[in-house]
Design a protein around this ligand. Structure first.
Ligand SMILES: Cc1ncc(COP(=O)(O)O)c(C=O)c1O
Length: 395
């Protein structure tokens, strides 16, 4: 039987390669941080979600080691059978405290949080109204639920209003959005979303994966940025980006919602509990973020510096409101050639093109980190300018 399947898969793989869409993995030979080693050569990393520079922070490593000595390595159980330690509850409380919410439920990843949030809460009687640029995990989560689906153009409030009007016959409505959209770096207009949700009697959910730790005066996410505390019903997020970059996700929000998720959410009920090491390090993250705002301040400083210098150099940068700077090149092939030349210059960035971004909207997505020093940023900007001149992008 596999012979037939093998031929089919080989043909599909060849088609992916022919279309130039085959994803190769570039191997990093040291820890995840600003300066990484790839094929024996040191390059500066500008494409990790390591927004607060915590991925290789000594305090997190020490916290993980310490907690593993006390609570062991693995949980070997889902949460409700025998997979909950006191530290899991402590981390859920720390996340609720950070987002000013009533309760939190942990998942193995935010992909699971989004995959498991809709089906327990909404039925065919209800409506889910989703931004067109929402993350794949939200799209998959919505697919697992029988609610009627509506899709509005990215951050387009007139289109959202149209959807809300069309969805008035449904029992419950929920508006779902990413906090920061990962390809453009723009932030969802949460104040306007909440206004419309109130006007049309809908709940609000936001995925804070790229916004928590980044957006808002002290980096606490979209509700800090837009003053929407108490108006957002559900937040989902990841521990895999700003908050240390390991693994883990969460849903945080209204008490009854979280309570029901604990009873009915399938990725929570049928998947292993987060390992103690991750929990210990994550607790340390939230402790550090309470102590002072140093890391977030440095991130903001770095983003402003990079964006201003790149704009002054003549690059076309999407108006970012986050740590994501999209350097627009428009041409798919050019984005790949540019990224490859940048790597030769010691800068590790990724070029994105259709279908990851719309046709003729190819770009290099640069992700800034608090782990970057000014000389890293200068080196990156200098390489962009050098390659830009070489490829005729800059004069
Ligand atoms: C907006 C958004 N939501 C969810 C996820 C998934 O997060 P995790 O890696 O924790 O599964 C990502 C990761 O790329 C994301 O960007």
């Amino acid at each position: 039987m596999y012979g037939k399947m093998k031929d089919h898969l080989s043909k599909t793989l060849a088609e992916i390669k022919e279309a130039g869409l085959y994803k190769e993995e570039r191997l990093i030979e040291n820890a995840q941080q600003a300066a990484i080693t790839v094929k024996g050569k040191e390059v500066l990393n500008f494409c990790a979600n390591n927004y607060l520079g915590l991925s290789n922070h000594p305090r997190l490593i020490a916290a993980a080691q310490k907690i593993m000595e006390r609570r062991g390595y693995g949980m070997s159980s889902v949460r409700f059978i025998c997979g909950t330690q006191d530290i899991h509850k402590e981390l859920e409380a720390a996340i609720s405290d950070y987002f000013k919410t009533e309760d939190t439920i942990l998942y193995a990843a935010c992909f699971d949080a989004n995959g498991g949030v809709f089906e327990p809460l909404f039925t065919e009687e209800d409506a889910i109204i989703s931004d067109s640029l929402n993350h794949a995990s939200i799209i998959d989560g919505v697919r697992l639920c029988k609610a009627k689906r509506y899709r509005y153009a990215n951050a387009d409030m007139a289109d959202l209003e149209r959807c809300l009007q069309e969805a008035q016959a449904q029992r419950f409505r929920i508006v779902v959005t990413d906090g920061v959209f990962s390809m453009d770096g723009n932030v969802a207009p949460m104040d306007q979303i909440c206004d419309l949700a109130e006007k049309y009697d809908a709940l609000v959910m936001v995925d804070e994966s790229h916004s928590a730790g980044v957006v808002g005066p002290t980096g606490h996410g979209v509700s800090e940025q837009y003053g929407t505390y108490g108006r957002v019903d559900i937040y989902t997020g990841t521990l895999g980006k700003a908050f240390g970059g390991a693994l883990g996700g969460f849903t945080t929000g209204r008490k009854e919602i979280i309570d029901l998720l604990r009873q009915r959410s399938r990725p929570y009920l049928f998947s292993n509990s987060l390992a103690p090491g991750i929990i210990g390090a994550s607790l340390e993250v939230f402790k550090m973020l309470k102590e002072n705002n140093t890391l977030h301040n440095k991130l903001v400083e770095n983003v402003n510096y990079f964006r201003d210098k790149m704009t002054a150099a003549g690059f076309d940068i999407k108006p970012t409101q986050s740590a994501i700077c999209a350097v627009m090149l428009y041409d798919a092939k050019l984005s790949q050639i540019y990224a490859a030349r940048m790597q030769e210059e010691g800068i590790y960035v990724t070029g994105f093109y259709y279908p990851v971004v719309p046709k003729d909207q190819a770009r290099i997505r640069v992700q800034i980190s608090a782990g970057h020093e000014k000389e890293h940023l200068d080196k990156c900007i200098a390489a962009f300018i050098k390659v830009g001149k070489e490829l005729g992008i800059l004069k």
